[in-house]
Write a protein that binds this ligand. Structure first.
Ligand SMILES: [Zn+2]
Length: 308
């Protein structure tokens, strides 16, 4: 096996297939933001970029041996396509994912979707964040606004799992949602059943269109992976005090609570891993955040295997 090589140009850092000018993976350069004197919002600084080199590139059996640098080159090399030997059940053979409600959605493997899903690239599938964590690979497709009103579970619609901020800004269809949302909805239904009262959700999945990520494309949040939920009330109880957070965490972390602010925050038979503490909200408590971690690539299929 020939070794890979690394290419750095004005756009990105690429892991290149040996003996070709095609890339296997890339990390986009992120404009460096600095808070200028007197400003309240950080500004991108011309000519300054940052990125984290994914350590796994050097753990490959064909680890890179050389690097080429051309900072005036703004062209994008083409992606290296592996020739796959057909096997009985490759992930891309899934055509649908079925929510606990029985609603079915078109299942999309972003690595094989190609040009048939032109809007998919805007969701930045498989793009590496600065710490090397890749954004999700598997999505389901929503064709128009009517699809958002579909039920995922007895008590939750898909609309509740999409960021209000994004909806308010306007959504372009088709829209793609990480498959992990289906598992999250199932766990939220179980939590609702434990409370025996409605849960009012304020945010779930946030795509790269979400304003914070437009400003900081490498911002790491479980909301980008479809594994995080924020909710503002349970029945008549508005979540705005430490006692309210404790009330929720008691029900969620039934296997023992280690405390908010640590990952994991405890053990939950519902599959939750983390909750935000009051300190993380700057002691301005206005919701409960729960998430299942940064589930990505093959782990996504394991996470939703009951629904494929
Ligand atoms: Zn949150």
């Amino acid at each position: 096996m020939s070794t890979t090589w690394i290419k750095l140009n004005a756009k990105a850092l690429y892991l290149m297939k040996g003996g070709t000018n095609e890339f296997i993976e890339k990390v986009d350069l992120v404009p460096k933001l600095e808070l200028l004197t007197g400003a309240t919002v950080p500004t991108p600084i011309a000519g300054k970029f940052s990125l984290n080199i994914p350590a796994r590139w050097f753990e490959r059996s064909d680890a890179p041996g050389q690097m080429a640098i051309n900072l005036t080159d703004t062209s994008e090399p083409s992606a290296f396509k592996t020739t796959t030997t057909p096997t009985a059940a490759t992930p891309s053979t899934f055509s649908k994912i079925t929510a606990p409600s029985g609603e079915e959605f078109a299942f999309i493997d972003s690595r094989s979707a190609g040009t048939s899903e032109p809007n998919l690239a805007n969701f930045q599938p498989n793009q590496a964040l600065n710490d090397g964590t890749l954004l999700p690979r598997y999505y389901f497709k929503v064709n128009d606004f009517k699809d958002f009103s579909k039920k995922l579970t007895t008590n939750f619609t898909l609309l509740e799992f999409i960021s209000d901020t994004e909806i308010a800004r306007g959504i372009t269809f088709p829209y793609y949602i990480p498959v992990a949302i289906i598992r999250l909805a199932d766990s939220m239904q179980s939590l609702r059943d434990r409370f025996g009262e409605p849960i009012r959700v304020s945010s779930g999945y946030r795509s790269p269109f979400y304003p914070d990520y437009q400003n900081n494309p490498s911002f790491k949040s479980a909301h980008r992976f479809g594994t995080a939920i924020d909710f503002v009330s349970v029945g008549d109880r508005i979540i705005d005090s430490q006692a309210d957070l404790d009330f929720v965490d008691d029900k969620v972390f039934d296997g023992g609570f280690l405390g908010g602010g640590n990952r994991p925050s405890g053990s939950s038979s519902l599959g939750f891993e983390f909750t935000e503490s009051a300190a993380e909200m700057g002691f301005d408590i206005h919701h409960s955040h729960l998430d299942m971690g940064y589930i990505t690539q093959n782990a996504e299929l394991i996470h939703v295997k009951d629904f494929l």
